[in-house]
Design a protein around this ligand. Structure first.
Ligand SMILES: *[C@@H]1O[C@H](CO)[C@@H](O)[C@H](O)[C@H]1NC(C)=O
Ligand SMILES: *[C@@H]1O[C@H](CO)[C@@H](O)[C@H](O)[C@H]1NC(C)=O
Ligand SMILES: *[C@@H]1O[C@H](CO)[C@@H](O)[C@H](O)[C@H]1NC(C)=O
Ligand SMILES: *[C@@H]1O[C@H](CO)[C@@H](O)[C@H](O)[C@H]1NC(C)=O
Ligand SMILES: *[C@@H]1O[C@H](CO)[C@@H](O)[C@H](O)[C@H]1NC(C)=O
Ligand SMILES: *[C@@H]1O[C@H](CO)[C@@H](O)[C@H](O)[C@H]1NC(C)=O
Ligand SMILES: *[C@@H]1O[C@H](CO)[C@@H](O)[C@H](O)[C@H]1NC(C)=O
Ligand SMILES: *[C@@H]1O[C@H](CO)[C@@H](O)[C@H](O)[C@H]1NC(C)=O
Ligand SMILES: *[C@@H]1O[C@H](CO)[C@@H](O)[C@H](O)[C@H]1NC(C)=O
Ligand SMILES: *[C@@H]1O[C@H](CO)[C@@H](O)[C@H](O)[C@H]1NC(C)=O
Ligand SMILES: CC(=O)N[C@H]1CO[C@H](CO)[C@@H](O)[C@@H]1O
Length: 845
């Protein structure tokens, strides 16, 4: 055991850095001293008392005098540091809200240790060491721990390669010269570098080719600031509850993180198909036409979505009797199902305040809504006008929500549910409907000339106006949300739990879906997410704009959610707000066909952008989805892996090639799994792409099978309008099937195995098979490997299939690295059963 190391107190020995003459932080808070160190019984950690080392500085709150430090190490792979107030008055996330796995049984990947110091000037500090490398290092920075302000600062290397934290539309590599990530769930349309819907405090760093990660378990609003070669947390309350993950690979970090907060949900197979949605369909006829027109254009629409348009007066669980009458929607649903297509519709949290509306009256009766301090129901404003908000903490909310859903599902048992507006969004500030008679209908916000807050900000109320102002994109933290003084059934005010709202909505909705269809994997899409939401729901990147910059930023946003443990993610194809253009839509569908979650979505008032609207876009869509559907078994296998060890499906190149310094900030390309490289066109009028190909690997063109050795530099590739560059990494075996108009038809076809040999003539890959929908059932996990002469199938063969591998395509270099011209061989007419192990000789003609 390493208790000796754990207890080692050292004097602060801060190495000289670029900013040593800068006084940062600027305040003179006293920090803490350490007392009463006690080893835990099993020697896996220790506790200690921290006490304020001088007079309180009370910069943004009241300094808490006595703290407890608890350090625990799990197999040297994950190390946790908890610093809490001794009296435990600070809010901590209830364990049933985010169910952390405290008993990891992962193997040890790295050997993390904890060191602390007491500096005469700055007091208690700690280092997390991986070997001798301090991956987190607060030495020399005083800890500030106040009721409404906690500050923790760690030194990081100059120009550190840090990824994650959000949700923030941004480039993939964090700007560490001087930038702030604000964590505060916010309904906002396409800002850049500002907080939006989700709250994720996990980050990863690539340091010299080795990754580590850190997660702050705290639900409060916060800024995470990077400046002067430090990362600094400034949190509006709670405690410091940090976990460090030692890596050393990016996938080890994500494995540890998702083992801790929750593995990504196992998606049903059909969600890998193409989805179409639009806000603004006039009526169900138009929806039916869209479905038919996709089919006529030979574009494989798998899932039709209906936005709020189908609701009567935007009320949840209702159907507009004129434009979207229930019998017509039921008919559409039936027709879709007959063709193995699916239907998803929307549910928002806000419930119209209306005494003739069942969900509201029953919620009131059962006491399920968020309240004002005086005990009355909190009334904000969303699409249906004045609304109450489900309080997920209230004792009856789960049963009430389940029974409302049960009624809804009795009408239409949807294939999936889209939960939107769950930050939760409100279009007025404060309980603006409280004193308004029920028959007064507010103007719809998009019609209101100037939607004003209904009350001036009470600056003296520290929950409305905390002294430390996080860099929220709106003027006050209650803007466009439930007011931070509103109260939940557990007595906790919104201030402390705001960031958990969307997560709790997905939990409660997910448990309905599980109960409604036992043994069927639920499909949920949520706008707001928190650490661990991935086990219940998936995500799209929200309300983007139809422009070229957002096309690019969709890549880093997707990659971020891979770190967050929500790998089934994508942005609205062709863009949501404003009119798209034919060229942009071409490029977007080429890229979007490779997003894990591939959905076209448009906002009301814009020109239509269904993929059949332009011949050129339809052609790009057919070409790109032809590839995606061939790759369905490969995607599905990668999603299976994601659900077991967390590995993202869309991957930044720096995760696959961590030592390549040219890749630290590459977010113009990405990989699907470890074998497919996507190099999209992201710039207007471009007809070529500068794409980077890492060295010591062969790359084969998807279309021509011609190959070349990566030379760790950019290569200019042709990219005419209908073409997206896709490359296969040497050393890969990729299972593919024959693309058809649905997922069901595609996965019923026989397999073609693509074998792309590396220059040592080897390749490997895998295939996961099950029925695509059951929670529990039989499965196969087959490993393929070859030395170029024989193909070996190994693994488990529990799921019986009637398809075979009927075709093998093999690509290999006939030359040497000095002679990089490849010949490619196609081997036909092999028949390999997927129900048992086998070895097959490969014949090269
Ligand atoms: C902090 O702990 C010390 C020692 O137990 C005690 O004397 C002091 O009253 C505590 N301070 C507060 C504010 O609780
Ligand atoms: C960092 O940016 C903030 C906001 O733009 C600015 O106020 C501050 O002076 C900058 N700090 C440094 C060190 O550049
Ligand atoms: C569907 O296609 C028909 C025939 O081309 C066209 O008249 C109709 O406007 C289209 N409708 C939609 C919603 O795309
Ligand atoms: C209240 O709900 C009833 C029943 O759904 C509906 O008919 C009525 O239009 C609603 N009132 C308003 C103001 O939306
Ligand atoms: C739950 O709902 C019932 C009415 O169905 C009500 O009597 C009870 O007080 C509610 N429980 C709580 C904790 O509010
Ligand atoms: C979008 O195109 C339509 C039809 O051409 C036009 O009426 C509308 O003003 C355009 N919208 C924007 C934001 O440019
Ligand atoms: C693309 O080409 C069009 C037509 O020539 C031109 O109007 C536009 O400015 C070009 N865009 C860029 C980014 O060069
Ligand atoms: C490759 O090209 C991209 C896009 O032009 C550029 O941003 C990047 O810096 C280039 N990388 C290298 C290593 O030259
Ligand atoms: C798959 O291949 C087998 C054997 O060649 C053949 O009998 C079967 O019809 C094929 N299945 C499909 C769906 O093409
Ligand atoms: C399949 O391959 C993976 C990755 O190479 C390996 O971890 C696993 O043990 C293999 N499984 C079997 C059954 O061979
Ligand atoms: C709110 C917002 O801007 N969301 C997304 C819009 O789309 C881009 C990509 O297309 C994403 O990166 C944003 O996060």
């Amino acid at each position: 055991m390493r208790s000796g190391l754990l207890l080692l107190a050292v004097l602060s020995a801060v190495s000289a850095g670029a900013y040593d003459n800068v006084k940062y932080p600027a305040h003179d808070c006293p920090g803490y001293n350490v007392n009463n160190i006690v080893n835990s019984a099993d020697n896996s950690g220790f506790t200690a008392d921290l006490y304020l080392a001088g007079s309180p500085c009370n910069i943004y709150g009241i300094d808490i005098q006595n703290l407890t430090l608890t350090v625990s190490v799990e197999k040297g792979n994950k190390l946790s540091v908890l610093i809490e107030d001794r009296d435990k008055k600070q809010f901590q996330i209830p364990p049933n809200v985010v169910q952390l796995n405290q008993e990891s049984n992962l193997d040890s990947f790295a050997d993390l240790t904890f060191k602390h110091t007491v500096d005469p000037k700055t007091g208690f500090g700690f280092q997390i060491l991986r070997g001798s490398d301090a991956i987190f290092d607060t030495f020399g920075y005083p800890l500030v721990f106040e009721d409404q302000y906690i500050e923790l600062t760690s030194r990081i290397p100059h120009n550190a390669n840090i990824y994650g934290m959000g949700e923030t539309p941004d480039y993939f590599k964090r700007d560490n010269s001087n930038s702030t990530k604000t964590i505060w769930a916010r309904d906002a349309g396409d800002p850049f570098r500002q907080n939006v819907y989700g709250s994720h405090t996990v980050y990863m760093e690539n340091r010299g080719g080795k990754f580590h990660g850190a997660y702050m378990h705290n639900s409060h609003g916060m800024d995470i600031v990077m400046v002067y070669d430090t990362i600094q947390y400034r949190m509006l309350g709670g405690v410091i509850d940090m976990s460090f993950f030692g890596g050393p690979s990016a996938y080890d970090v994500i494995n540890s993180y998702t083992d801790f907060v929750g593995r990504p949900n196992k998606i049903p197979y059909w969600v890998l198909g193409l989805h179409n949605c639009r806000w603004g369909y006039q009526n169900i006829d138009e929806v039916d036409q869209v479905i038919a027109n996709y089919s006529k254009a030979n574009i494989p629409l798998e899932v039709m979505w209906i936005d709020i348009d189908s609701m009567e007066g935007f009320k949840d669980f209702t159907f507009d009797p004129v434009n979207f009458p229930l019998p017509r929607i039921q008919n559409t649903y039936k027709n879709l199902h007959e063709k193995n297509q699916k239907l998803v519709m929307m549910v928002n949290p806000a419930i119209q305040r209306n005494s003739s509306y069942g969900p509201y009256t029953r919620g009131l009766e059962q006491n399920t809504f968020v309240k004002n301090l005086d005990g009355s129901t909190y009334i904000g404003e969303v699409w249906p006008g004045y609304t109450a908000y489900p309080d997920w903490f209230a004792a009856n909310t789960t049963s009430w929500w389940h029974s409302e859903f049960q009624r809804f599902y009795n009408d239409i048992p949807l294939d999936g549910v889209w939960v939107d507006m769950n930050e939760a969004s409100s279009f007025c500030i404060g309980s603006c409907g409280s004193n308004v008679p029920e028959d007064v209908i507010p103007e719809y916000p998009w019609e209101a000339a100037n939607p004003l807050p209904n009350r001036p900000l009470d600056k003296s109320n520290l929950l409305l106006n905390p002294k430390y102002a996080i860099h929220n994109g709106y003027s006050e933290i209650s803007e466009k949300g439930i007011e931070t003084i509103a109260i939940h059934a557990n007595g906790v005010q919104e201030y402390h739990v705001h960031n958990l709202y969307g997560h709790m909505m997905t939990q409660t909705t997910h448990s309905f879906l599980e109960a409604f269809r036992p043994n069927v994997r639920p499909f949920l899409l949520s706008r707001s997410t928190f650490a661990g939401t991935g086990r219940y729901a998936n995500h799209w990147n929200g309300d983007n704009n139809s422009d070229w910059f957002q096309l690019h930023i969709s890549i880093p946003s997707m990659l971020d959610f891979g770190i967050f443990g929500i790998p089934f993610v994508g942005s609205d194809i062709c863009g949501f707000f404003s009119n798209t253009t034919e060229q942009l839509c071409n490029r977007w569908v080429e890229l979007g066909a490779f997003y894990p979650f591939s959905r076209v979505h448009n906002a009301k008032g814009n020109i239509p952008q269904e993929l059949y609207r332009w011949d050129s876009v339809a052609e790009s869509a057919r070409i790109a989805y032809n590839i995606r559907y061939q790759l369905l078994p490969y995607y599905y296998t990668n999603f299976y892996t994601a659900s077991t060890i967390g590995s993202p499906v869309a991957r930044p190149l720096t995760f696959e090639f961590p030592a390549d310094t040219n890749l630290f900030n590459n977010d113009l390309q990405f990989m699907v799994g470890e074998s497919i490289l996507i190099s999209p066109v992201l710039f207007e009028n471009a007809t070529s792409v500068d794409a980077y190909f890492p060295g010591s690997t062969i790359w084969y063109d998807w279309y021509t099978h011609s190959g070349f050795y990566g030379q760790s530099k950019n290569v200019t590739l042709d990219a005419p309008l209908n073409h997206i560059n896709v490359h296969i990494r040497g050393g890969s075996i990729i299972p593919t099937q024959d693309p058809a108009m649905t997922v069901e038809a595609t996965i019923a076809s026989n397999f073609t195995l693509i074998i792309a040999l590396d220059d040592d003539s080897t390749a490997s890959g895998s295939l996961y098979l099950d029925d695509g929908i059951s929670v529990v059932g039989s499965s196969s996990l087959i490993n393929f490997s070859t030395d170029g002469e024989s193909l070996v199938l190994d693994g488990s063969f529990g799921y019986h299939v009637d398809n075979y591998i009927t075709k093998v395509i093999m690509m290999y270099p006939c030359g040497t690295p000095e002679n990089p011209s490849f010949s490619v061989d196609t081997i036909d007419c092999v028949e390999i059963s997927l129900n048992s192990k086998s070895t097959t000789e490969l014949f090269s003609s």
